[in-house]
Design a binder for this molecule. Structure first.
Ligand code: ADP
Length: 302
């Protein structure tokens, strides 16, 4: 798989604040990539540098093989961005907003019409096309924001906390459209979010804390390495069982008719099941919330 984003020793200082401090990572073409961190971790600074809207202090960035220092215009053609706060004109209609954005890329009238029609269909914008952007609901606005970001047929879509403030139903709707585009167009998606459940489907996650990368991997690898997993053993409570567990230096509690035994990795469950001849059990993998907590000592959303 080819790397579509390559970040090497990237730093950004604001006077004496090291907002981004020597980070390196890459994103493969077609990947669904999540950048996670609490407020102030350095997510927006990083995404803004990659999107060419903020100057870096040092380091190297390549997007689609183009160098950020020398080939900004080439990079701009490859990317679409959905900012946290919309950049659309509240006085213009949805159509006027999309057409004016398309003109920015120097497309012909025919190309603009085709592109706007395509996005109208994908994002189900027919009914709101002639309404003023400022009069739309939050969910409708977000659909238009994402359509705007895709007007130049980018290869990479940057989404900075795209579903913050949306109701659960609209969030699902927004994600369905994005996943459809990924599947149909091979779109690479670079997401920042603090909704952990949105990272479950990701191919790769980078956790940023205090301007530095504290973990990088697939959700599954991160869960195997960092999440608090447990083996739940359904059995009657008994002294001899507890002595046996204590002798093996296990950390356990008895509740809901079962021993809940803390384990590091799924493989440890297999060993214990064999060792204690456990018949009725479940292995529960810790979720991404517990991964984040273990790595940063902080909870997302706090
Ligand atoms: P996040 O997007 O993860 O919430 P940011 O990238 O916005 O984090 O911020 C990272 C750090 O840089 C924070 O400490 C923030 O206060 C600081 N920062 C961001 N923008 C500026 C700025 N324009 N001037 C000074 N400090 C800034």
């Amino acid at each position: 798989m080819s790397k579509i984003i390559e970040v090497s020793h990237l730093s950004k200082n604001y006077k004496n604040v090291k907002a981004v401090n020597d980070i390196s990572f890459s994103v493969n073409e077609g990947e669904f990539f999540a950048f996670l961190g609490i407020n102030g971790a350095g997510k927006s600074t990083t995404i803004n540098i990659l999107c060419t809207v903020l100057e870096k202090t040092s380091g190297n960035v390549k997007i689609g093989g183009f160098d950020l220092d020398r080939q900004k215009d080439k990079i701009k053609d490859l990317i679409g961005i959905v900012f946290q706060n919309s950049v659309l004109d509240i006085q213009l209609t949805v159509r006027e907003n999309l057409v004016s954005r398309a003109s920015y890329y120097g497309l012909s009238k025919k190309q603009i019409r085709e592109r706007v029609n395509y996005l109208t269909e994908i994002f189900n914008l027919d009914e709101i096309m002639n309404r003023r952007y400022g009069k739309l609901s939050g969910g409708q606005k977000r659909r238009v924001d994402i359509a705007r970001a895709l007007i130049n047929e980018p290869k990479i879509l940057f989404l900075d906390e795209p579903t913050t403030g949306l109701d659960p139903q609209t969030r699902v709707q927004v994600w369905n459209i994005i996943h459809k585009l990924r599947k149909e167009k091979g779109l690479t998606v670079f997401l920042t979010t603090h909704y952990m459940e949105e990272t479950t489907d990701c191919d790769n996650v980078v956790i940023i804390d205090n301007g530095q990368i504290s973990a990088n991997g697939t959700p599954n690898n991160l869960k195997n390495t960092y999440a608090q997993n447990s083996l739940i053993w359904y059995t009657e409570q008994g002294e001899s069982t507890e002595n046996m567990l204590a002798e093996s230096k296990l950390n356990f509690e008895y509740f809901n008719s079962a021993y809940h035994i803390k384990i590091e990795k799924s493989t440890e469950a297999t060993e214990l099941i064999n060792k204690f001849k456990i018949e009725d059990y479940e292995v529960i993998k810790g979720d991404m919330d517990s991964v984040f907590l273990k790595i940063t000592g902080k909870r997302l959303g706090e």
